[in-house]
Design a protein around this ligand. Structure first.
Ligand code: SF4
Length: 494
């Protein structure tokens, strides 16, 4: 796609315009000299700094169709905003006008891109604005649908309660196991999934445990308190019971765990779950696990190259649910190839019926590293009625069954521009998901592909420390744990 940007302001970078384009042109690559059939032109100028007046022109072309949107003047936001907002709003409103005319449908999240809707909603609620005012901000200023605005505010209100007792020195710990038994076709996560690479697991665990010990020392040095631990992947339950036991023992020797510490082990793939592994997890104090079918249709599982059956999921779920964990989560995905209204609603009924306390409804999002595009056109579908209807249906059905939304995030190139939402029965919320998604507290991370985010007390600043993406690089590079940068960061940010 050819993208031309005539940006005479200091507020928005090229990446911002690119991600905005992806809302109507998902999956596009941007090249200045591309002669492909899609084209976008952005003009943005601050015409009067004092009155925050902006002029914006957006031209969008798809094949032989062309549309233009304009904005010119000073916008009056429903809530006082910073200067950057006025630039975003001018370009966003012109972009939506052009997109609507060109494609004939609305975007459920308006022009919001690059900002976390629930974090935004909570920011204003925390500063005394009423839920109605924040919903009005979303619908009027950002042109978000009524439904998504209400979802954002409802989620933010639940987070306000969850986070009320999280102290300034509370933090999370994430441990990454980037190995999977096989690779699912839609996955873009960096995870090793063949027998040759599984030989790295013992060395990987040794290095990971060294980093966990060092991170435990850093947490003590910084005077922090671990509120939540999350072992994720990949597929952590690819480890055998002895490896699980060693890893979890290392964690409990490195950081202080007490009965109130939230502790989650993401089982993930049902085909890796066994009684012995769950016993090892439970014996080490883990209270929460996740077993993820994505769908309970064998046909859809086959379509997405996820090499387990619905029967394996039901077996693993019954086992886990019978073992007395505090909370068990199941992930589903809306918009999967071959899924139908009936099969999606059956998947939902299955996980509700089994009694999962957390149900996370994702929307299919296609990234470059995924294999799924070979199946055909239609995955980069910005309208994506089926995916949109599925997430809306899930929200209504889960609400009726007593589940509430407690965290939410959006990704680029998601079918139907829909979102991912974590639902929970009352009192079963997973704090880690909120600390991490909303960047509310520092989350230390260990392992390949993981990123520690040091969050300043004001939550305005974040320092990232990333480990190498691939397990092989992780083993060969000593990246350290970032203690010196962290000390400097916290000293400078109070
Ligand atoms: S199990 Fe999860 S992380 Fe592993 S390949 Fe499948 S989708 Fe990706």
């Amino acid at each position: 796609m050819k993208l031309q940007i005539d940006n005479r302001t200091r507020y928005l970078n090229d990446y911002y315009f690119q991600t905005m384009c992806l809302l109507y042109f998902p999956g596009e690559k941007f090249k200045a000299d591309d002669s492909g059939e899609n084209y976008a032109y952005f003009y943005l100028d601050e015409t009067d700094a004092e009155t925050k007046s902006f002029k914006s022109i957006v031209t969008l072309v798809s094949g032989d169709k062309r549309a233009e949107g304009t904005f010119n003047g000073t916008y009056e936001p429903t809530i006082p905003m910073n200067d950057e907002f006025y630039a975003m709003n001018a370009v966003g409103k012109a972009f939506l006008q052009a997109g609507r005319e060109l494609f004939g449908f609305e975007l459920p999240w308006g022009y919001i891109t690059g900002l976390r809707p629930v974090k935004r909603a909570k920011y204003y609620l925390d500063r005394g604005h009423t839920p109605e005012e924040v919903i009005n901000l979303f619908t009027t200023d950002y042109e978000v649908s009524e439904e998504k605005s209400t979802l954002s505010v409802e989620t933010a209100l639940i987070q306000q309660k969850m986070l009320a007792d999280v102290k300034e020195n509370d933090c999370g710990l994430y441990v990454s196991i980037p190995f999977c038994p096989t690779r699912c076709d839609y996955c873009s996560f960096v995870s090793y999934s063949n027998a040759k690479l599984f030989k790295l697991i013992p060395d990987y665990l040794e290095k990971l445990m060294r980093d966990i010990r060092a991170t435990g020392e850093m947490i003590k040095t910084l005077g922090m308190n671990v509120r939540s631990i999350y072992i994720g992947g990949g597929t952590p339950s690819i480890l055998d019971p002895v490896q699980i036991n060693r890893l979890l023992s290392c964690i409990s020797e490195s950081v202080e765990i007490n009965p109130s510490t939230e502790y989650t082990f993401e089982g993930g793939r049902p085909d890796t779950i066994t009684r012995d592994k769950l016993l090892a997890v439970k014996a080490n104090g883990v209270g929460r696990i996740s077993i993820n079918p994505q769908t309970t249709s064998d046909l859809v599982l086959e379509n997405i190259g996820r090499k387990h059956t619905a029967k394996q999921f039901f077996g693993a779920a019954s086992l886990a649910l019978s073992m007395g964990f505090d909370s068990v989560n199941a992930d589903l995905i809306a918009g999967l190839p071959g899924d139908t209204r009936d099969s999606f609603s059956k998947s939902l009924e299955d996980v509700i019926g089994l009694g999962f306390s957390n149900i996370t409804v994702h929307t299919l999002s296609i990234k470059n590293a995924a294999n799924i595009r070979f199946i055909g056109d239609g995955f980069y579908d910005p309208q994506g009625d089926f995916a949109r209807n599925s997430v809306n249906y899930a929200r209504a059905r889960l609400n009726k069954a007593g589940y509430n939304p407690y965290y939410l995030y959006r990704q680029k190139n998601t079918v139907g521009n829909a979102e991912n939402t974590g639902y929970t029965l009352p009192g079963k919320e997973n704090l880690y998901n909120v600390l991490m998604m909303e960047e509310h507290s520092t989350v230390f991370a260990c392992g390949a592909g993981s990123i520690t985010k040091f969050v300043s007390p004001s939550r305005e600043d974040i320092l990232r420390h990333a480990y190498p993406k691939y397990p092989f690089e992780y083993l060969s590079e000593d990246k350290g744990i970032g203690l010196e940068e962290a000390l400097e960061f916290f000293n400078s940010k109070g």
